[in-house]
Structures are given as C-alpha cells and as structure tokens.
Design a protein around this ligand. Sequence first.
Ligand SMILES: O=C(O)c1cc(=O)[nH]c(=O)n1[C@@H]1O[C@H](COP(=O)(O)O)[C@@H](O)[C@H]1O
Length: 233
Amino acid sequence: MNQPIIALDFPSMDSTDQFLSQFDREKLYVKVGMQLFYKEGPNLIKKLKEAGHWIFLDLKLHDIPNTVKEAMKSLATLHIDMVNVHAAGGKKMMEAAMEGLEAGTAAGRHRPLCIAVTQLTSTSEKMLKEELLINSHMEEAVLHYAKLTKEAGLDGIVSSALEVPLVKEKITDFITVTPGIRLPGDKADDQTRIVTPEKARKLGSDFIVVGRSVTKSGNPLEAYERVVYEWNN
Ligand SMILES: O=C(O)c1cc(=O)[nH]c(=O)n1[C@@H]1O[C@H](COP(=O)(O)O)[C@@H](O)[C@H]1O
C-alpha cells in the first residue's frame, strides 16, 4: 500500500499527539513543517521517530549556498527521511544542500531524500506572470526548475500533480511529491493547483501530501482512509 504523506500543520506537540492518537499506533508518513518545527524543534522529530513514523521535514531551505550546506549538515543528524529546498535558490545552492546532507549523515545510515520545490501549489498562472515575472506557462516553469534540480543531483521535486506527466516524460529516475490534494468537494483554501488523490495517482505522482482534507475533517480517520483508498485503487 502506498502511504499518503500527512501534513502535521498543528501549533504544538499536544495537538499533534491528539491527532495521531486516533491512528492507533499505525506507522504513518508524516510531514513536519515550519509551524510545528519552529515551536517544538528536534525533540518532536525524535518522538515521531520513536513512534516509528517516516518523516518529511519540510523547511524549504532557500539561502546562500554555504548557509544551506551547513543547515543541511545539522538536519541530517535528525535521522529524517526527506527534506526540501526551494529550487529558486539555484543549482549551486542545491548542490551545497546535497553536500551538507551527505557530510551530516552518519556512516551506515541512509541520507534523507532531498527534493526541491519548483512552483508552490498556491501559485497560479496569473501570479507566476504578474508577481514573479516568469514569462512561461506553469508547466514549462516547473519543468525548467525540475531539470535544474536533477542536474544538481537531488532526488526529485515538489510540484502539483498537474505537472507530473510532463516532468516524468522528460526526466527519469526522479521523484515527484505533490501537495495541493483535496478530497472531492473540499475547499481549495489558499491552494490554486489542486487535484483529488485519485487524479494524482492517474497523473503519476510518486507521493501525495495531504493536510486539511484530513486534519480539518470532522472525522480525520475516515478522511485519511478515503485518501488511502483513492490513492491506491
Ligand atoms: O513543500 C510542501 O510540502 C508544499 C509545497 C507546495 O508547493 N505546496 C504545499 O502546499 N506544500 C505543503 O503541503 C501542505 C498542504 O496542506 P493542505 O493544503 O492543507 O493539504 C502544507 O503543509 C504546505 O506547506
């Protein structure tokens, strides 16, 4: 069974524990983002690891190459499974991220997967053009950043599932992680490029990231099971 990645966008360890307690010790793939990590830090990661979960630490590093390299050295010691950067930081920054991760990973351990955000799933075509001054269509912009990411030696990208077919056609051996997932009928909120888990599967995503469709649902466990079903069948 393919596990969706659940975005633990909660304010504290307590609210996270409360949410996870519904899952009856099931081993989950969870994403810890800025909100939770800035509040609870490495302790929370340790706790989630001890509970047996896989962890995507989503801090979207974007800085000068040396700073990113040193930050990745620190993050590698947390024994997480996946981390990310912004591809907009450029090829040198992404290469530095990989150097840092490799240097920080203890002997005998797996280096965490490292992926780069191409264009956020909250970004629309209009915003791309008018605010970011990128004069290409979304698919082309995502593909360009994906090629840069591959050249820098990273494992894959974050994009919406809508761009996955083009990326998969042009780049092989490359992971696509796709947020912007909604169960049918759910609100888009601040996302603009959204698809259902079923559509993401049909488009060829390797991993889906699901937050509010599960965490804000009246029945999170049932919503999670629906995502799992749609994602796998
Ligand atoms: O890197 C990410 O995880 C990410 C990239 C992106 O382009 N869009 C995006 O939504 N995310 C994250 O994925 C999660 C999506 O949450 P929901 O919109 O609630 O499903 C959030 O935690 C975002 O920070």
